[in-house]
Design a protein. Sequence first.
Length: 266
Amino acid sequence: MSNNQLSVREKQVVDLLLLGKSNKQIALALGVSERTIEFHLKNIYIKMQVGSRVELILKLVESTVDSEKEKIDNGNQPARPRAAQSLRNTISLIKQEFAMTIKISFEDLHDFLKSRPLFFSLLLFLAISFTTRTILFNIGLFFWFSYVLLGITLSILGIYIGRSWKKMFAKETNLFFVMAVVILSPFIATGIDQLYINLILPYTQPISTTIAGISAQAMWVDSYRSTHLSVTSDLFWYVVLAYVIAFFVIGYFYNNRFKRNDLAIA
């Protein structure tokens, strides 16, 4: 079916769609709501007999190629360069649509998390839990200062999440950035630990650390590094989780108390 059966507004939507615009961008360009754009797209899909944006773009490009072929047959342009250009345009549009789909998906996920603070907070604690368990039980910490640094990092994360909990959902905070910080920050202790083992330990005595069901030993024999990690209990991991939650509560209530004092003074 030809796109000649589309209304003027639907043609405007299609033109912006072919430029790689998202529904939100099309709505802003045409001065209407996103829901209106979705309504137009449903009608366009029905008229063009397609089921998705990608199918619509491919069909529109195909109709454009067919019209160009008619010009070629009339001797207006050489066939091979024009066909190659049409193929490049098709590939470019598909790339744009794929990139836009990914972008829209991330935006929708971000909006979903923004509207569900408790769910996102649960994800944060799960991320901290997974990262900490990986560090303690899979990678291992062998230097005592690494445990101290991990504790400091987790306490700062707990206080930060507690104090920023309401702000994260009230302002234009990038929740993906927050999640990345939460996941990666505890690995600072692992980095320091590995630097110590590889740069300092070869010139010092072997080190050994034992904490609540975790035993870690590291030493250098000639030019070879030897490490041993033994985990016999989850106790230390549970303590760490309780530790983070405690600092979260401290940060949350301290922030609320600080705001109440400001209001009382005002």
